[in-house]
Design a protein around this ligand. Structure first.
Ligand code: GDP
Ligand code: MG
Length: 437
């Protein structure tokens, strides 16, 4: 990881008492590369290393610490400073306090709305009302209702009303009459920034005057996250950023770029689909993550040893064309199994190792999945979209599972496909980790 790289590049400093220009150049290059690998915008990374250089040069190296350690500390502090230094709380003023949630479709708005409601209810003891402002998809309203039920928070909906501005206004009146002091308005997003979405969200903002407008962004979208943040901020002038899906294998470099580009604080990080998987954003913890504490690199290296490069290339092509099918899914599973003990692999992810200490994980988790896929016909595997109700029933019977199990796998597969497609398409450098040395 970056810390090791710094150590190595500072070997040369042994016996010397100062960080000098020549010694520092190599490490700064490493740092810049690591930042860019973690999705930090190039310009931001460059400015950052220039800043670190100024700070580091000429500093006396304390006898007890190695120069590399000292350099790491400078980098970590600077990184944290770049992300805002201290954590920033949300505003809960007004009666009711109104929080507006904005972002692209699929960024995690609805999930986050539920998590935030849960946090505010349980940690701040407030009475929360969730508002279903995504009126275009009945499934979105249903999704929020289910989350509300899980966390015991009322969800305001208006069946048949297609006007989210009205709904939000009515919800606030409803909250007042019913002594609910916090209103969280979930809104509709689209797949890309477009005029209609922007007009709608600005109209809602003008109508309900939220004390807090939060922009939700999927950390797995990498560099795109920065552009999206900028466009939303230009129109909406939001108050804070929420970074979601940090449970994926992103390092969260987007956090730095976004902060640098829109100059708005990051307020929450969301990592997981469970309702309590929400954390207040701490710049220092994020700096550690970006610097690669934990051992992500060895995880990648281990995977790389086992992974067939040809296969990776073929897969990427399919992913980008959205042709990834259940046959590939099976191949993936056998690749993962080849990598050996899952627990070992998972343990290398920062924070996960400790959690897993008393948990038994074994390869049986894949058995059911494989059974279901084996019960599909070749045509179904190649084109899962043809798997209708009666086919699902047949597959369930054939694999000794239930309809629910089959449905769950199909849903997971669709989700995986979506995510993988966007990852593979948006980040051409992704398979780099899989290249042979
Ligand atoms: P919206 O369209 O912006 O409302 O996004 P959703 O909240 O519906 O989330 C889109 C998908 O991402 C859903 O399948 C969620 O379960 C999933 N999701 C949301 N947040 C997270 C997260 O922090 N981690 C993971 N792994 N999945 C998430
Ligand atoms: Mg939604």
């Amino acid at each position: 990881n970056l810390t090791d790289k710094l150590e190595r590049s500072f070997q040369i400093l042994k016996g010397e008492g100062r960080i000098t220009e020549i010694n520092v150049a190599e490490s700064l290059k490493e740092i810049r590369r690591a930042l860019i690998d973690a999705d930090v915008n190039y310009k931001v990374a460059k400015n950052f290393t220039d800043e670190v250089k100024t700070k580091a040069l000429g500093q006396d190296v304390l006898k007890s610490v190695k120069p590399g350690q000292m350099m790491t500390k400078i980098v970590r502090d600077e990184l944290a400073a770049l992300m805002g230094g201290t954590m920033t709380d949300i505003t809960l003023e007004g009666n009711p306090a109104v929080i507006l949630i904005a972002g692209l479709q699929g960024s995690g708005k609805t999930t986050f709305s539920g998590k935030l409601a849960n946090l505010i209810k349980s940690k701040k003891g407030r009475q929360v009302l969730l508002v279903a402002g995504d009126v275009y998809r009945p499934a979105a309203i249903e999704q929020l209702k289910i989350l509300g039920q899980q966390i015991g928070v009322e969800v305001y909906t208006e069946e048949g009303n297609q006007n989210p501005v009205q709904i939000a206004e009515n919800a606030i009146k409803y909250a007042r009459t019913n002594h609910l002091n916090t209103v969280i308005v979930d809104t509709a997003g689209r797949l890309a920034v477009d005029e209609q979405m922007m007009q709608e969200i600005t109209a809602i903002k003008a109508a309900v005057k939220p004390g807090e407008t939060l922009f939700v962004v999927d950390s797995m979208t990498g560099q795109d996250a920065v552009n999206t943040a900028k466009e939303f901020n230009d129109r909406l002038d939001f108050d804070g950023v929420v970074l979601t899906k940090l449970d994926g294998d992103t390092r969260g470099g987007a956090a730095i770029s976004i902060r640098a580009v829109v100059n708005k604080p990051l307020k929450f990080i969301s990592s997981g689909e469970k309702m309590d998987a929400l954390q207040v954003f701490h710049p220092e913890r994020m700096a550690d993550r970006i610097l690669g504490m934990g051992d992500i690199v060895s995880l990648v290296e281990k995977a790389q040893e086992q992974y067939d490069e040809e296969e990776a290339r073929r897969l990427k092509k399919k992913l980008v064309k959205n042709q990834f099918d259940f046959n590939d899914f099976l191949t993936q599973i056998s690749q993962i199994k080849k990598m050996g003990n899952l627990k070992d692999l998972a343990g290398m992810i920062p924070g996960v190792g400790k959690m897993l200490k008393n948990v038994e994980i074994n390869d049986d988790v894949f058995k059911q999945t494989e059974a279901i896929i084996h019960s599909m016909t070749p045509a179904e595997r190649a084109d899962p979209s043809i798997i209708n109700g009666s086919r699902r029933q047949r597959i369930a019977t054939g694999s000794g599972t239930t309809m629910q199990d089959v449905n769950r796998l199909l849903k997971q597969f669709e989700d995986t496909r979506k995510v993988m497609k966007s990852v593979a398409g948006g980040m051409p450098k992704m398979p780099k980790g899989f290249n042979p040395r």
